[in-house]
Design a protein. Structure first.
Length: 197
């Protein structure tokens, strides 16, 4: 499942893995950017393609092709990628679990949930664990566990033991790491993984 789509006859550089680049337009509600005024006119008719208002219909807009107006092309592609990430981040609920202030009963419930059969995507970095399980992302600090005398490796091993938990790290990404794509927005990564796997 893609969260955005760019319709283009040419290859586009540095497009995140959650945005599809295709030659074909599909009207399915996915936010779409059509590249090239000529292509937009072919798809939607000249009466619907305006220079001052680049929105064609809900969730569909257009930009110039690289050979038509390079600066606007690059700016619009970049803004489209940022808008998809921003929209995604604003739709997420994030809870940071502070192991020093949470009650024991909370941890019992959380461990029961981690061990449950519900599908979860778990993103493990060198400092944090981010878990998405259908409603929100829960963040845990590995440094806090180590500071409290709890072996963080045992926590990760327990999470990996459950086949319902899809556990991944930066090493599982071939082209671009989530850190490169999202910089400080690591909370989005398990949700993206959940949607695309």
């Amino acid at each position: 499942m893609f969260l955005g789509r760019i319709v283009s006859g040419a290859k586009i550089q540095d497009v995140p893995f959650y945005i599809e680049v295709t030659k074909n337009f599909v009207e399915d509600g996915v936010p779409t950017l059509v590249v090239g005024k000529k292509r937009a006119v072919e798809l939607f008719g000249g009466e619907n393609v305006h220079v001052l208002d680049r929105n064609i219909m809900e969730n569909v807009s257009w930009t110039y092709a690289k050979n038509e107006r390079r600066n606007e092309y690059e700016e619009d592609i970049d803004n489209f990628k940022k808008s998809i990430t921003k929209k995604l981040k604003s739709s997420m609920t994030y809870y940071f679990v502070n192991i020093f202030t949470e009650r024991y009963s909370f941890f019992k419930k959380m461990l029961k949930w981690i061990d449950s059969d519900s599908k979860k995507s778990v993103y493990v970095t060198d400092k944090h664990i981010y878990i998405y399980g259908g409603k929100s992302v829960i963040g845990l600090s590995l440094g806090d566990f180590d500071y409290a005398g709890i072996d963080s490796d045992k926590i990760i091993a327990r999470i990996k033991k459950n086949p319902s938990n899809s556990v991944f790290t930066d090493d599982d990404f071939t082209d671009e790491t989530p850190q490169k794509v999202f910089s400080d927005n690591s909370i989005i990564v398990p949700f993206i993984h959940f949607l695309t796997h």
